[in-house]
Design a protein around this ligand. Structure first.
Ligand code: ADP
Ligand code: MG
Length: 686
């Protein structure tokens, strides 16, 4: 194979390599390896160090050792669940190799009778004999394995031998193309990054297995993060290029409304309203995310901006994830704008056909100014005459691609405002939302006190009941959250139905029940009764997690709290403490908390700041589980880890700002994007 000079060499199918036929190709496909570049990211999980090679009579029990052994006998029991055994020896003694879950044919192939193999693994001693269970192994037929002292071990699919695979990776590493540096010289120097090829070679050198902080590793991590940011930056630029008719409005009406509020807007809220106004009045389409913790007061911002859009003679649509929430927003708008001549409608699944038709006709005639509904409702055949703003509440389930198609919704003149109450760690901000402009609402309304958070074991239920009796006398209301709807034989968690029965006996006629098994109407009915204080306690599953605003409820009890994730607990807790009453959250648990659960509970007790909680959550769970990240459309990072490499994420953020400001030609990064498989998305948007 010619030593290719160009990065494109790495985009070749693996079948261009010597000795790679269809069989090997199909096997590698199972490991998601298609081209040469993919191979580079299948890293060794361990290595066999032949300098540590021992004879059987020198082995130490409990240690990981490497032995050169001859295979002398197989033992394949025909009884299920008994492991397969291979007896091996060297000139000092015998050793058994034990395989669980490996088939006979496979074992015969990797450990051929009467041949020598290099075996590594943890040494056990059983029935007077040394043994190794599920070892790593290397055939000693190949010359090379006999010469190299340190040999990497890869995780491979069955049927693919170590020998074949090592040949593949060696062919690629020996032919690595010289790549024109895509990073700025300054960046390379300042961070002491190695060159790309050097980095790759070092990455595959078994000695460097754990060096996730070395310069070569950091360079590759930086490549990965930056390619991602460049993609998002290109998308943002592209959306910004869309020209629209600027909206023209006076703010007189919105100032009136703001003055009529029972509270004063915070500085932060005012600043964001100005930011959005600026976007609305600009010649470029707005694509903005309003991110703010639960209860930080996003809705009022959205409605004030909606009013300005209506004032400039455009229509507005507001989408919420649930009907309950859409209805709540609708009612709030009705009330807020009651003195103005604004036509407000609600489109939900339960509206009858006649009314629906009327709404659709009126939308087309611009006889409706603002329409509320769920995300689903707006998908088809809802046509506006002059849509000027789409507001999407509680959006965190969209990925980059969905947002891209969203950005085109409503036509060129339509601005878009997304709102999310899911704080994500600072390090991930750009990776998840880099394609949008972001307004962060970090200040809470001043009347808001922190929710006091306690933890109590289940055995203290009597104490909690006494506390609730007292609170109810003070006209306060209570959410009581259970993880299950119904009792389960398998999981020992509290069920909403059972808890409702129990509480109903203590507080007759005062307890409502709501869960995902109820019809939409029933759910809304129960919430209505709770809002009207017909019920004082509402037993619920996590259906109330998203967005519901019942200011008078100031107490939340969460059963089996150790079973919920940090962010989810924070969301649930956000249902209370929404008025000037002191909010209280009681986290209940069965005894024997795991260490991790104890940490989560302590974090919640110590802070009410969703951004801090998101950071801690990521540190506890790793980034893979963080809400919104999985759905963000960003492929899993190969090396980058937001917990380990948080500094590099922030560095890449600075870099992308610099690239944008200096307007650096994007072509220099093309190889980077091509290799990381991001160029397609960019082509799609161009
Ligand atoms: P979220 O940001 O979670 O959507 P909401 O918009 O539902 O929060 O607001 C929560 C509550 O706070 C609402 O009852 C709202 O009327 C109230 N609120 C909003 N802004 C302020 C403010 N500046 N001062 C006092 N209360 C406010
Ligand atoms: Mg909200």
């Amino acid at each position: 194979m010619e030593n290719s000079k160009n990065y494109k060499y790495l985009l070749n199918d693996i079948s261009v390599l010597k000795r790679v036929g269809k069989k090997t190709k199909d096997l590698l496909k199972k490991k998601k390896i298609k081209n040469l570049f993919d191979v580079l990211w299948n890293l060794p999980h361990s290595y066999t160090d032949r300098t540590l090679e021992k004879k059987v009579n020198e082995l130490e029990i409990g240690k990981i050792c490497t032995v050169n052994l001859r295979v002398i006998k197989y033992n394949f029991p025909r009884i299920r669940n008994l492991p397969n055994k291979v007896v091996c020896e060297d000139d000092t003694g015998k050793l058994d190799i034990i395989f669980f879950n490996s088939r006979e044919g496979y074992i015969r192939k990797i450990l051929p009778l009467n041949q020598n193999v290099l075996i590594s693994g943890k040494i056990n001693y059983f029935k007077n004999r040394y043994q190794i269970t599920n070892p790593t192994y290397l055939s000693l037929e190949s010359q090379e394995n006999n010469i190299k002292k340190i040999l990497p071990n890869y995780s491979l699919t069955e049927g693919l031998s170590e020998k074949v695979y090592r040949n593949i990776i060696d062919q690629i590493l020996q032919n690595l193309p010289k790549i024109d540096e895509w990073h700025l010289e300054e960046t390379i120097k300042k961070n002491k990054f190695d060159k790309w090829n050097e980095s790759i070679i070092k990455l595959h050198d078994p000695k460097n297995l754990d060096k996730t902080n070395a310069n070569f590793y950091k360079r590759l991590v930086f490549d990965e993060i930056l390619s991602n940011f460049i993609l998002l930056s290109e998308i943002r630029k592209k959306i910004k290029k869309i020209k629209k008719k600027p909206k023209v409005f006076s703010n007189i009406k919105s100032i009136d409304i703001i003055n009529s509020l029972k509270f004063e807007l915070t500085k932060n809220q005012n600043k964001i309203i100005k930011e959005i106004d600026f976007d609305l009045k600009s010649k470029n389409k707005m694509f903005r995310l309003l991110q703010g913790d639960v209860g930080s007061g996003k809705t009022i911002i959205a409605l004030i901006c909606a009013l300005n859009v209506i004032d400039s003679n455009y229509q507005v649509s507001v989408m919420a994830p649930t009907e309950i929430l859409a209805t709540q927003h609708y009612k709030l708008a009705k009330n807020l704008f009651r003195k103005l001549n604004i036509k407000i409608e609600l489109l939900t699944g339960k509206i009858d056909r006649k009314k629906r038709k009327e709404i659709l006709t009126n939308l087309k005639d611009q006889k409706i100014d603002i329409l509320f509904g769920t995300h689903a409702i707006f998908q088809k055949n809802v046509l506006f005459k002059k849509l000027g703003l789409i507001i999407i509440d509680e959006q965190h389930k969209f990925g980059v691609k969905q947002r891209m198609s969203l950005s085109q919704k409503g036509g060129a003149d339509c601005d878009i405002l997304l709102m999310s109450a899911t704080p994500i760690p600072r390090t991930l901000m750009m990776s998840v939302y880099g394609d949008m402009d972001i307004s962060r609402l970090t200040e809470k309304p001043s009347n808001r006190k922190n929710v006091l958070t306690y933890s109590k074991p289940e055995s203290k239920i009597e104490e909690i009941i006494r506390f609730i009796k007292k609170e109810i006398k003070l006209d306060n209301q209570v959410f009581w959250i259970c993880p299950l709807i119904n009792e389960s034989k398998k999981i020992d968690h509290e069920s909403a139905i059972k808890k409702h029965e129990f509480l109903e006996k203590v507080f007759p006629k005062k307890v409502g029940l709501i869960h995902g098994g109820l019809s939409k109407e029933d759910k809304e009915n129960v919430l209505k009764l709770f809002l009207e204080k017909k019920f004082l306690i509402l037993v619920s599953t996590t259906v109330i997690e998203v967005g519901i605003d019942i200011p008078n409820a100031n107490i939340i009890i969460i059963e089996n709290s150790n079973k919920f994730g940090l962010s989810q607990l924070h969301q649930l807790r956000g249902r209370v403490g929404r008025s000037n009453k002191q909010g209280v959250c009681i986290l209940m648990y069965k005894k024997n908390l795991s260490q991790n659960a104890r940490k989560r509970i302590n974090i919640l007790k110590s802070t009410n700041d969703g951004f801090v909680i998101a950071d801690d959550d990521m540190k506890l769970r790793g980034y893979g589980d963080i809400l919104g990240f999985k759905q963000s459309g960003i492929k899993d990072f190969k090396l980058a880890d937001p917990v380990l490499h948080s500094k590099l994420f922030l560095l890449a953020e600075k870099e992308i700002n610099k690239i944008e400001q200096l307007d650096i030609n994007f072509n220099r990064y093309m190889p980077l994007l091509k290799l990381y498989d991001l160029a397609d998305i960019i082509n799609e948007i161009n």
